[in-house]
Design a protein around this ligand. Sequence first.
Ligand SMILES: Cc1ncc(COP(=O)(O)O)c(C=O)c1O
Length: 406
Amino acid sequence: MEMNGIQFDTYLKNYPDKDGFFGKYGGCYISEDLKQAMAEITEAYFTICKSRRFISELRRIRAEFQGRPTPISHLERLSASLGNVQLYAKREDLNHTGAHKLNHCMGEALLAKYMGKKKVIAETGAGQHGVALATAAAYFGLECDIYMGSVDIKKQAPNVARMKILGARVIEVTEGLATLKEAVDAAFAAYSREYKDCIYCIGSVLGPHPFPMMVREFQSVVGIEAREQFTSMTGELPDAVVACVGGGSNAAGMFAGFLNDPVEIYGVEPLGRGPKLGDHAASLKYGTEGIMHGFNSLMLKDENGEPAPVYSVASGLDYPSSGPEHAFLHDIGRVKYDVVDDEETIEAFYALSRLEGIIPAIESAHAVAYAMKLAKKMGRGSVLINLSGRGDKDMDYILERYGIHE
Ligand SMILES: Cc1ncc(COP(=O)(O)O)c(C=O)c1O
């Protein structure tokens, strides 16, 4: 498949380029010391992660520890409630620890072990990446520091407890809005001090090269499995694939399986309370080009050109930028990025719970909400949703803020 001069049969090999660029997006905009550390990780990625030994160890871990492949479920009752379109879900909520995040954490931590590092550090928003990395650190015997905003610590209490039980140190970040962006700031600052002994295992397809590439590669297991499973279940490809986009890791992994196919691809961003700056976190829809956290992408900016305050009901989606690959796929038109708001998300959260017996993460409920709207618009065909995680972490918050729907 070809679009705007981009050949998708060779896309995953050619993008990013050797300097980490997807077109004009991506790159490595950090201090010289850290550039050195990133060059070391890039080198290790191409030698260690591409070795037969690493690949077979990761495959074994995926099967024996993570429980992969995760299944695809046909959402029959939800589909019937909407009309003739058939909805399906790739069940990353059934991946060990309850979300897709473990896919890249096991890869990153295995790389850290091969590189002889003693410690991994990361930021977390919803706590899913923090739990996944704490799990990987326990599995490989590494120390683990997780930076988390105080707002998210309160909102995602069950995940904070899980990280601590797994032996990680959870470091509270109180600056600014005390959510995901500030947690990334703090984790970067810690990494600048400690980079010789540790790896900063970034929680999404974000940050300086090689992370957007590396995280996509580790997550692409989702798209590769899903394509095979869907075609063997139904005899054809889905008409559309849908995933929510915070930083963009679950979406990048899922999309990687379908970019070269005649399949419509949709990334769903959080519209939160509405389109006013500060009320949402839809950086691909409303952002402009800008550099933060070491990479160039589309970014929501305030009047001074700094990252704007953002909001979403989902702690894992409220980040003022998105991975550079998404900005690229947006610009060339291969993926359509659209939004759903908090209210539509909560409706979908309840619909999936009540009609299918699956309680989704609030992040994933954004993809479900969009797929439900799409199904009504399409009239017939099939939609595959990446159900990126389960909603256990969100129970207290949903009950407190929205109560039980009648
Ligand atoms: C379940 C779940 N889905 C999606 C996301 C968003 O991250 P990404 O866009 O990198 O997949 C998160 C982030 O914490 C999450 O926990």
